[in-house]
Design a protein around this ligand. Structure first.
Ligand code: IMP
Length: 428
């Protein structure tokens, strides 16, 4: 048996989907444990692009059992659309399992997310994530378990819509038309019933049988509700703790953690971003890296690699090995900068501040590295990398004190190079 968690270690969009897809070839199970359709995992297989929001990224490989775990929040319409789009390519019945405990993102959550966003700007994806997790914490949420008995579900939906309409009106919104929505939701509930399961029981069975399991993170460490740049975060635990609470698997069963980091940094939405380049270099990174949100299409803010923030993320999540993605995007920059320390109020520090007020004062301390002009497309072997690429990656490894396992040189499934230890290594 081997288990591997793949976690984003910046502000999301690190390219986790591609890594999960690639490493899933050795897994029997792929498990999403938190978040919802705020995630957008882009996969390119044989030149064909697929963007997944809720389905685990292992779904593109046949014979993998894919789990949408207890800690996720599920918008039924989005999930059904993804299932319909993929059904032609893969038979999903029996290999897609939605846990009874997962909470449902309902239309009211979308409306409340948009209304709340008007009052305080977080830059939310407006996919209802915050309001749904809030209902979960308030113990008034609806869960996938409520879908089993359709009459019961209809009653729960009625109560929920009524209560939500009151809150929507309080926030100055227009109430929802409950009758139509109720019918639509009941129809969706009927269609999702075949996928419902107790995935905790199923996963423990898989562990006992010695199956290989891959846990697929969404968003990134710096968007974690506890360890991220609060309040500019998402509403779930995106890190290693989320694997335990969101999949129902104890820590001793998480054998290896692969941290995914882009070779530079991006952030979508509001909040502090110490190495942001609000100039034409940032624009060049955005252009070259196609840095536009996979879920919302919003332009991502871009900047240099931040080793201070990354070290914090790796420490909190106990990362064993790294995957560095999008190194090809840095081609054609004359000089590259890496932030090695922060300067706050004239004092240098390598500590990532917990206080937002302090984080906003950060001046990055940079060191500069030579760029390269070579096209990295097709390079599969570390020895063939141009010397400045090797030097840049070695410096990241040195600063982060975690070995690099894989380097991604392009969006395609095959554009992935082994650099150091096999990420599954030691996980058995
Ligand atoms: P929410 O998760 O939609 O509530 O958004 C909260 C914050 O997390 C916003 O800044 C979003 O832009 C950000 N966010 C949520 N999901 C993702 C993601 O998958 N990638 C990058 N940023 C995300």
């Amino acid at each position: 048996m081997a288990t591997l968690a793949i976690l984003g270690c910046q502000w999301g969009d690190e390219g986790k989907g591609k890594l999960v897809d690639a490493l899933a070839d050795r897994a029997a199970w792929v498990v999403r444990f938190q978040g919802g359709s705020n995630a957008g995992h882009t996969l390119v297989v044989d030149g064909e692009k697929t963007v997944l929001h809720l389905l685990p990224s292992g779904i593109l490989r046949a014979n993998k059992t894919c789990v949408i775990g207890p800690g996720t929040v599920v918008h039924m319409g989005t999930l059904l659309k993804e299932i319909d789009e993929l059904r032609q390519r893969n038979a999903l019945r029996g290999r897609l399992l939605l846990d009874y405990r997962a909470h449902l993102v309902l239309p009211s959550h979308y409306i409340l997310d948009a209304l709340m966003e008007k009052k305080r700007t977080i830059g939310s994806t407006k996919r209802g994530i915050g309001p749904c997790y809030a209902d979960k914490a308030r113990r008034v949420g609806l869960r996938a378990a409520d879908l089993v008995d359709l009459e019961h579900f209809e009653r729960r939906v009625e109560q929920h819509l009524e209560a939500s309409n009151a809150r929507i009106q309080e926030l100055g919104g227009r109430p929802m038309l409950t009758a139509e929505l109720k019918n639509e939701l009941v129809d969706q509930a009927r269609r999702l019933n075949p996928y419902l399961a107790d995935t905790v029981q199923a996963l423990h069975g898989a562990l006992a049988e010695g199956s290989n399991i891959l846990f697929e993170g969404a968003q990134g460490a710096l968007l974690d509700i506890d360890f991220g740049t609060y309040p500019f975060v998402t509403s779930s635990n995106t890190g290693i703790g989320g694997v335990c609470t969101g999949a129902g698997v104890p820590p001793r069963h998480i054998q290896r953690v692969l941290g995914v980091l882009k070779a530079y940094a991006t952030r979508v939405g509001e909040g502090p971003f110490p190495t942001e380049l609000a100039d034409e270099l940032g624009g060049k990174l955005r252009e070259r890296g196609s840095e536009f949100g996979a879920t919302t299409g919003r332009p991502r803010r871009c900047g240099w690699f931040d080793a201070v923030a990354a070290r914090f993320a790796l420490a909190v999540n106990g990362v064993d090995a790294l995957a560095i993605t999008k190194i090809d995007v840095l081609t054609s920059f004359r000089k590259l900068a890496i932030c090695t320390k922060y300067r706050i109020g004239g004092q240098e520090t390598d500590h990532f501040p917990a206080r937002l007020q302090e984080l906003e004062l950060v001046e990055p301390v940079y060191e500069y590295w030579d760029g390269w002009t070579d096209n990295l497309k097709g390079i599969q072997n570390r020895a063939e990398l141009p010397a400045p690429v090797e030097a840049y990656l070695c410096r990241l490894e040195e600063l982060l004190e975690v070995p690099i396992a894989l380097v991604s040189t392009g969006p395609d499934r095959d554009a992935l190079m082994s650099w150091g230890p096999d990420p599954w290594e030691g996980a058995s």
